[in-house]
Design a protein around this ligand. Structure first.
Ligand SMILES: O=C[C@H](O)COP(=O)(O)O
Length: 249
């Protein structure tokens, strides 16, 4: 059976004092629910705090973006080697908020995933369709297109490091979600895409988009959903703990 993952994406939220309390809650969750793999994706300035507070625990931490470049004159960028200096184990790439607000192309997102793997991190590779694409019945075509550069750039050994996060754009921060069965069908489709690389049964494929304590268990009960990428609810220690508990198998 594949392990369940619960990864908090703090987005551009937090502060040193607030994080202290939140990370203490994450540590409690890890102590209480040892079977679930817990991750925290924090803003860059707080990676040192994550390293200091989570370093002795089973929790993995990381950033929400990584440069596709290796180093040099790229103002504002943060390289994979820099993230490695803070022992990051994961990094989100291709979140729809990066794709939409920062114009990240499908190819660029795959390059970022490659940089993550080259630096020993697991890329949390986000894919998902917009509301319009969903309504037009284009979900599978969109997901296949978003995944395809990954299959070109990463060989099968490197692909095995990836965590795929299916996040329908229309479900992010909206309170709207697909039905658990609908999400399951999409995850099943994603696994068919992974099959050519021998990874259909092993790669974690997690769901994100308005996962809350009251709906998490229904998503996590689906056979092809291996946990969640949690936005808003990861900012509340009690809600995050409840979601981690829901992921227990
Ligand atoms: O990365 C997390 C997702 O964007 C989900 O965010 P949300 O749980 O606030 O809807």
């Amino acid at each position: 059976m594949r392990p369940q993952w619960v990864i908090g994406n703090w987005k551009m939220n937090g502060g040193l004092a607030a994080n202290q309390a939140l990370l203490a809650g994450v540590l409690d969750a890890a102590r209480l629910v040892g079977s679930v793999r817990i991750g925290v994706s924090a803003p860059f300035p707080y990676l040192l705090q994550c390293q200091q507070m989570l370093g002795e625990s089973s929790v993995v931490w990381g950033a929400q973006d990584i440069s596709a470049e290796i180093g040099g004159a790229f103002t504002g960028e943060v390289s994979g080697a820099m993230l490695s200096d803070f022992d990051c184990g994961i990094v989100i790439v291709g979140h729809s908020e990066r794709r939409i607000y920062h114009g990240e192309s499908e190819g660029r997102v795959a390059e970022k995933a490659l940089r993550a793997v080259e630096n020993g991190m697991r890329p949390v590779f986000c894919i998902g369709e917009t509301q319009a694409q969903h309504d037009a019945g284009e979900t599978e075509a969109v997901l296949a297109r978003q995944l395809s550069p990954l299959f070109v750039l990463l060989n099968d050994t490197r692909l095995a490091m990836v965590i795929v996060a299916y996040e329908p754009v229309w479900a992010i921060g909206t309170g709207k979600t697909p039905t658990p069965e609908g999400a399951q069908a999409v995850h099943r489709f994603i696994r068919t895409q992974l099959a050519a690389h021998g990874l259909a049964d092993t790669l974690p494929v997690i769901y994100g988009g308005s996962v809350k304590p009251d709906n998490a268990a229904r998503f996590f009960a689906q056979p092809d959903i291996d946990g969640g990428l949690i936005g808003g609810a990861s900012l509340d220690a009690a809600e995050f703990l409840a979601i981690v508990k829901a992921a227990q198998r």
